[in-house]
Write a protein that binds this ligand. Structure first.
Ligand code: NAG
Ligand code: NAG
Ligand code: NAG
Ligand code: NAG
Length: 242
């Protein structure tokens, strides 16, 4: 019996040891993850805004490299070493638009501020320190649907919205849906429009909704009544989240 008891204690001690060591590796894993894993982070930037890409390193040196991953390799976005910003090898598309700012987590100047975000800035960024792995930031750009216009002309009504990214959808409350015209501007933003016959309208109200994955906006056109012989436009927006 004594041997059984000793055996039982022995197993308990082994189990305790295993669970403690698991906890220890758990902690060091997350520490490792935070400091040197190639963690992928999604960032959403509003078109035209100044957007901050966070890179929460806690290393002793201030040296830091930011790269943009292209189809064929990578280009330099912003580097810091020898105690100063190094912009000699910066890709021209980032000229005058980058600076290093304090990271919100660590308070160190490791975050990248990208000014006047363009659609072309979308993609993957890599930030790393010498002798460390780094972070991959996957940046998505978003230009919200800000308004939807409805204009009548004769027996037809046109609904339109401009300056949107990513590619929007337009839907009418009446069926059948008429086809949409989508154009892309030089800045890669989308203009969308669609026309339908007023005679195809069911009821007195017609809604037109323009939406992207990020937000949507609906305008309502009401058939002019005898008292108000004009176009009534009511807007009901769902504002951007990102
Ligand atoms: C972006 O930053 C620049 C300078 O850092 C500032 O002048 C400008 O007002 C900022 N723009 C926005 C939209 O915050
Ligand atoms: C149009 O939208 C408004 C508010 O979003 C809704 O209350 C109304 O029922 C819609 N009308 C039609 C014809 O779908
Ligand atoms: C898109 O809409 C804007 C604003 O109305 C206009 O200035 C621009 O010419 C349009 N571009 C295209 C390609 O339709
Ligand atoms: C519009 O946005 C709201 C809130 O973000 C969402 O609940 C709704 O489904 C969206 N409508 C369309 C037509 O995309």
């Amino acid at each position: 019996f004594q041997f059984k008891l000793i055996g039982f204690f022995f197993i308990c001690i082994i189990l305790l040891f295993i669970s403690t060591s698991k906890q220890i590796t758990g902690i060091s894993n997350s520490e490792f993850f935070f400091l040197s894993g190639f963690t992928e982070i999604n960032v959403c930037c509003v078109y035209g805004s100044n957007c901050t890409l966070s890179c929460s390193f806690r290393q002793e040196t201030d040296d830091l490299y930011w790269y943009y991953i292209t189809r064929t390799g990578q280009v330099n976005v912003h580097s810091f070493y020898k105690n100063r910003d190094q912009l000699d090898h910066q890709d021209p598309s980032f000229n005058g638009r980058t600076s290093l700012v304090e990271d919100q987590v660590t308070g160190r100047k490791t975050a990248l501020m990208l000014k006047k975000v363009k659609v072309q800035d979308e993609g993957k960024y890599k930030c790393f320190v010498s002798n460390h792995d780094g972070y991959i930031l996957r940046e998505e750009v978003f230009s919200p649907v800000q308004t939807v216009d409805m204009v009548t002309s004769g027996n037809s009504i046109t609904c339109s919205s401009e300056g949107i990214y990513p590619k929007p959808e337009l839907t009418w409350s009446s069926s059948p849906q008429s086809s949409n015209t989508v154009q892309q501007t030089e800045e890669k933003l989308y203009n969308i429009s669609s026309s339908m016959k007023l005679s195809d309208m069911d009821g007195d109200q017609l809604n037109c909704t323009v939406s992207t994955r990020f937000n949507n906006f609906t305008s309502t056109w009401m058939k002019p009544s005898e008292e108000h012989n004009s176009i009534n436009k009511i807007q009901d927006g769902h504002y951007p989240y990102c």
